[in-house]
Design a protein around this ligand. Structure first.
Ligand SMILES: [Zn+2]
Length: 122
């Protein structure tokens, strides 16, 4: 007989009981992730509004144009060589020890060379 979790033993119903618990846990986890996504979307909306306010203040005081903004966005987007709406560092070779360093690490894990000192990395 197939059981979802044979480590816990029990009678003939243990498989469906464990399956029910697993389903309940999965549902709870999905609900928690849904709440996190909702909170992140709210944080993002607030960040976008702050960026918009800063842009409008700067535009009005420095007499900039929307074209200036788009040119700068293009310039920043292309810093990583790909026009994809992002400017995040990719894995690259350490200039000191020549090991490949993942973009997850701000410094080389082999020699400690700082690979990314940008405050705009996520
Ligand atoms: Zn290194």
């Amino acid at each position: 007989m197939f059981r979802l979790n044979s480590n816990y033993g029990g009678g003939a119903n243990s498989g469906s009981y464990t399956g029910s618990q697993a389903a309940s846990r999965a549902e709870s986890k999905a609900t928690a992730v849904e709440c996190q996504v909702k909170a992140l979307r709210a944080d993002l909306a607030r960040s976008l509004m702050i960026s918009e306010a800063l842009w409008e203040l700067l535009r009005d005081r420095a007499k900039l144009t929307e074209e200036d903004l788009h040119k700068k966005l293009y310039e920043i987007d292309m810093r990583d060589g790909v026009l994809d709406g992002k400017n995040q560092r990719k894995a690259q070779k350490c200039p000191d020890c020549e090991h490949m360093v993942s973009s997850r690490h701000p410094a080389c894990i082999y020699c400690g060379k700082v690979m990314d000192d940008s405050v705009f990395s996520i």
